[in-house]
Design a binder for this molecule. Structure first.
Ligand SMILES: [Zn+2]
Length: 83
């Protein structure tokens, strides 16, 4: 806790910004029908780290550098996944 604050913490410090949530999925590069889903378990300690993923239709396994699917958000309304 910080001391000697000029103002008491409270609603003055709270800002609420509407956000758009979206789900980021990784289409399977092999069958192009399924989606790659990160498997629970070991993460390769490379740089960047790699996560084992498996297609939910054909079973293709790949190491991906992110977790899929995952949720992301934008503070720009009605804008999807461009950043
Ligand atoms: Zn597949």
């Amino acid at each position: 806790m910080r001391q000697n604050q000029e103002h008491k913490p409270g609603e003055n410090n709270i800002e609420r910004t509407p956000v758009t949530m979206y789900k980021v999925s990784y289409r399977c590069p092999l069958c192009r029908k399924g989606y790659m889903e990160t498997q629970a378990g070991c993460v390769a300690l490379s740089d960047p780290p790699q996560y084992p993923a498996k297609c939910n239709i054909c079973g293709e396994k790949r190491m991906l550098n992110n977790i899929y699917p995952h949720l992301d958000h934008s503070t720009k309304n009605n804008t999807y996944g461009t950043n």
